[in-house]
Design a binder for this molecule. Structure first.
Ligand SMILES: Cc1cc2nc3c(=O)[nH]c(=O)nc-3n(C[C@H](O)[C@H](O)[C@H](O)COP(=O)(O)OP(=O)(O)OC[C@H]3O[C@@H](n4cnc5c(N)ncnc54)[C@H](O)[C@@H]3O)c2cc1C
Length: 390
């Protein structure tokens, strides 16, 4: 059994774990990233990610942006509510930014970050499945399976960026969760009207349906009830396109082509604390949100960035990493942002996904009111783009 010691061991090399590894590059902090998967096949995870302008700036800083082969700017966000008149439009000038954000594909982002990590010669082990973590007051131990062998490394701080698989091994952290009883059906679709940089978010009693500009087409994130997800994913293409048209309405004309469909169950899950002895949680391990308003990865990227800043600050003044004092600073930095984004997305779903005609009209009225109030629009848009500090 090989034993190695690092300042930081990151468990999970999804986009958030990789962002932390990139943020620590050239900082003098020794860091190892362990990821269970190898490089995924091209179509393994087709979900689109709407990245805010704030995330674009962070990814530029991490050297990733130039490696993304495809990104489509979001010039306008059009928000509507089926069955009521209200609608709101957000544009870059509402938030004082050049573009509201960009749509990229999860897989492309994964590959771009992986490429940058390799270029930086970061210590990254793919195909390493972490099976056990253990901590003492002074350090943490991580056990992982790699090529049929059990390996062990130790670190001053273990960062869980694994989507939440290993939290059950930490005695003082639990998850609060809520099953939305919704699934997201994801596919690339083409409509009669070409995409013009507008991202559509349309609320319906079954949940929101989003059509995001994606290259020449649209990336669809369609929320459906659990009892219809199988039926919708298995419809033949013509029936699927017709059903989507009936659901979304005529704003883009008929839908004329669709790519492969995938489905994701949707729930809210957040950790009662994002730190414990020699452990910090980031990204989906800290909180998994409903994809409405496309906030999950943007929030996780800020977790990674701010934890990197906290680690580098401590290192620069020769402070020990992973101490209760350092972790408490990280917790304070992140609490307001994660609480605010979680409450925002959860409230949107609870308010808009309902059958009540009165509430539906009130939500429509709320959207119209938002549309008439530039200062409120600016407040909301800047928080969606930059988080609580917006
Ligand atoms: C349909 C859908 C649409 C979405 N759209 C948006 C959007 O538009 N904008 C947005 O900001 N967010 C969006 N999100 C949310 C976004 O996908 C997540 O927030 C983001 O993927 C979280 O990244 P992560 O790195 O924390 O976790 P993950 O992407 O889950 O990565 C976790 C990694 O940990 C690895 N791992 C797990 N267990 C172990 C282990 N034991 N050992 C080693 N490695 C392990 C996994 O292999 C994986 O690579 C969407 C989500 C869904 C479902």
């Amino acid at each position: 059994m090989m034993i190695n010691h690092y300042d930081i061991v990151i468990v999970g090399g999804g986009p958030v774990g990789m962002a932390l590894a990139l943020g620590l590059h050239n900082s003098g902090v020794s860091c190892l990233l362990l990821e269970a998967r190898g490089l995924p096949e091209k179509d393994e995870d087709p979900r689109p990610l709407a990245l805010s302008h704030g995330s674009y700036l962070l990814l530029q800083r991490l050297g990733v942006w130039s490696k993304l082969t495809q990104n489509t700017p979001i010039k306008t966000i059009h928000i509507s509510n089926r069955g009521s008149f209200g609608r709101a439009i957000l544009e870059p000038q509402d938030a004082g930014v050049p573009a509201l954000g960009y749509v990229v594909n999860y897989h492309d982002l994964f590959c771009a970050m992986h490429k940058q990590l390799t270029a930086d010669q970061s210590k990254y082990i793919g195909g390493a499945l972490v099976t056990r973590i253990n901590t003492t007051e002074n350090s943490g131990e991580v056990y992982f399976d790699f090529q049929g062998r059990l390996e062990q490394v130790t670190a001053q701080l273990i960062v869980l960026a694994d989507g939440g698989q290993l939290v059950k091994q930490i005695p003082d952290i639990n998850y609060q969760s809520h099953d939305y009883q919704q699934w997201a059906v994801v596919a690339n679709v083409r409509a009669e009207k070409k995409q013009t940089g507008i991202a559509y978010e349309r609320f319906t009693p079954d949940g929101p349906v989003a059509l995001l500009p994606n290259d020449q087409d649209f990336a669809l994130v369609w929320t459906v009830a659990p009892e219809t997800v199988k039926e919708i994913t298995e419809l033949n293409n013509d029936s699927f396109l017709l059903r989507l048209h009936q659901h979304f309405g005529d704003r883009l004309g008929r839908f004329i082509a669709a790519g492969k469909r995938s489905a994701f169950p949707l729930s809210l899950k957040y950790a009662t604390s994002t730190v414990s002895q020699r452990i910090a949680l980031i990204g989906n391990a800290a909180q998994t949100l409903h994809p409405v308003a496309g906030q999950g990865f943007n929030l996780g990227l800020r977790d990674a960035y701010e934890l990197a800043c906290e680690i580098i600050n401590a290192k620069n003044v020769s402070q020990e990493l992973g101490t209760p004092a350092m972790l408490s600073k990280y917790l304070q930095r992140r609490q307001m942002d994660s609480n605010a984004v979680r409450t925002f997305t959860d409230t949107l779903i609870k308010l808009f996904s309902n059958d009540s005609k009165i509430l539906n009209q009130a939500c429509g009225f709320g959207l119209s009111a938002l549309d008439c109030m530039p200062s409120l629009k600016r407040f909301i848009a800047r928080r969606m783009i930059f988080g609580a500090k917006g």
